[in-house]
Design a binder for this molecule. Structure first.
Ligand code: CA
Length: 226
């Protein structure tokens, strides 16, 4: 049974979420404030944290950073509507996903399951990543579309790999840049990223103007797959 920590000061939301997660077989601990959440995190270990950003004794960002500094526990941020900047910041601080309020409980549960699956044992034995009609054989650094090999530059390949290993997850531009920067000394800036995304789409999308594989999430970043 997965242990979930829900940090939410709105009692109506908290109780609704708690009730339906219990129905779904999750074990829930509830905190209304950051301090309570910190105490619970010290005492127990959790499989996933649901984190509201606006809390009475501070911002969820701080806790997001602390949880990420301490380990890999998946975090889904629950944020008020139309707060793109705060969503970007929480993703940059290491949150795995976000939901804007009001959200449907079914949606929450399916996101939670997806995040926990992604955070699970990731090292697939054959390192093959598939998204739509594109397949990446990571061991050989080869990319195929509909069975035909597509030639990518080293940087295009790394960008694609970053997106594909995080399938279904929105990556902010800063996260993508940090990832590419990590493995190479080449200078990659924000404009370069836009150009590389465009090139990848030209090589891999059926219709680069209406990308299905690498989607732009307006104001947030990019996402591969659904
Ligand atoms: Ca709140």
């Amino acid at each position: 049974m997965s242990a979930i920590l829900l940090i939410e000061d709105d009692a109506t939301i908290a109780m609704g979420v708690e009730y339906s997660l219990k129905q779904d077989g999750f074990q829930i601990s509830l905190a209304y404030r950051l301090e309570e959440a910190r105490d619970l995190l010290k005492r127990d270990s959790f499989d996933l944290v649901l984190l509201d950003l606006g809390l009475p004794d501070g911002s969820g960002y701080e806790l997001c950073k602390e949880i990420r500094a301490a380990g890999d526990t998946p975090i889904i941020v629950l944020s008020a509507r139309d707060e793109e900047a705060s969503i970007v910041l929480s993703l940059d601080l290491g949150a795995d996903d976000y939901l804007t309020k009001p959200f449907r409980l079914r949606e929450l549960i399916s996101r939670m399951k997806a995040v926990m699956r992604r955070r699970g044992p990731v090292e697939a034995s054959d390192h093959t990543l598939i998204c739509g009609d594109v397949t990446v054989i990571a061991q050989q650094a080869k990319v195929y579309k509909n069975g035909s090999e597509v030639l990518l530059t080293a940087l295009e390949y790394r960008l694609l790999l970053t997106l594909f290993t995080n399938q279904g997850r929105v990556l902010t531009r800063a996260q993508i840049l940090a990832h590419i920067w990590d493995v190479d000394e080449d200078f990659v800036n924000d404009n370069t990223l836009t150009v590389y995304i465009k090139r990848l789409r030209e090589k891999l999308e059926d219709d680069p103007q209406n990308p299905e594989l690498i989607k732009t999430v307006r104001g947030l970043g990019y996402k591969a797959g659904d």
